[in-house]
Design a protein around this ligand. Structure first.
Ligand SMILES: *Cc1c(COP(=O)(O)O)cnc(C)c1O
Length: 233
């Protein structure tokens, strides 16, 4: 068995344990493989090993790997920071865009989706740690963003996403994860057109069991599946 196959099995087992411990059905948790910097062959191995979804960060890398057939057999999500000038390349290709962090990006996606006659599914990214270095909506901006999204055409908001501050132990993130769940539940109560709060995307290699304990139903896992990424200078 390849290490990717073993790693996916181990991550799945941990997802299942975390879900059961929280009294949840493990099947409701979707495993997004964060595939950045892993080539098409390694992405295919992860799909064969049973990840639910592939998540890419960089548009150019995604297009190259897409052309190589890397994602066949799994849905493709865009999980990185999306620049407005790259919206055209991602709309319609990624079935879900996780990191929609501003009204102007939402509007750009809406415009492109309408031009192509499709509906793009998105998650709103929340800056849950109120970090100046991070983009994302502040919690109090969510209702206005949902209001705006429901008025734009070509957009379907499917939930919320967050990357909490870097912490030194997985449990340090729990307050942020719990705050996200509350926002997810509270903002899901009010009904808006084209909004359905289905997905709460949070948790990465270092903290996905804690995120699941706090209500995540989509975890984005890279290192625990593929090993450490090698960054070339
Ligand atoms: C890289 C990345 C992940 C996965 O990170 P790991 O710590 O390697 O699991 C998750 N979400 C986003 C947005 C990422 O860019």
């Amino acid at each position: 068995m390849s290490s990717i196959t073993e790693n996916v099995a181990r991550v799945r087992a941990e997802i299942e344990a975390a879900a059961l411990a929280a009294g949840r059905d493990p099947k409701e948790i979707l495993l997004v493989a964060a595939t950045k910097m892993n080539d098409a062959g390694r992405v295919r191995e992860a799909i064969a090993a049973g990840v639910d979804i592939c998540g890419e960060n960089r548009v150019q890398e995604m297009l190259e790997k897409q052309a190589q057939g890397a994602y066949e057999g799994a849905p493709l999500h865009f999980i990185g920071h999306l620049q407005k000038n790259k919206v055209k390349q991602v709309v319609g290709l990624a079935s879900l865009i996780h990191g929609v962090d501003s009204l102007s990006l939402l509007e750009a996606i809406s415009r492109e989706a309408q031009k192509r006659g499709l509906v793009q599914e998105v998650l709103l990214e929340i800056n849950i740690g109120a970090e100046p270095s991070k983009s994302g909506f502040a919690p109090e901006e969510i209702p206005a963003a949902l209001e705006a999204a429901s008025a734009f055409g070509g957009i379907s908001v499917r939930g919320l996403m967050a990357i909490p501050p870097i912490c030194h132990s997985p449990d340090e993130n729990r307050p942020f994860f719990l705050a996200m769940r509350k926002l997810f539940v509270d903002n899901g109560r009010k009904k808006y057109d084209n909004v359905s709060m289905d997905f709460l995307s949070m948790g990465m290699s270092g903290d996905y069991p804690a995120a699941i304990a706090c209500g995540a139903n989509m975890v984005r896992v890279g290192t625990a599946i593929f090993g450490a990424r090698v960054y070339h200078k």
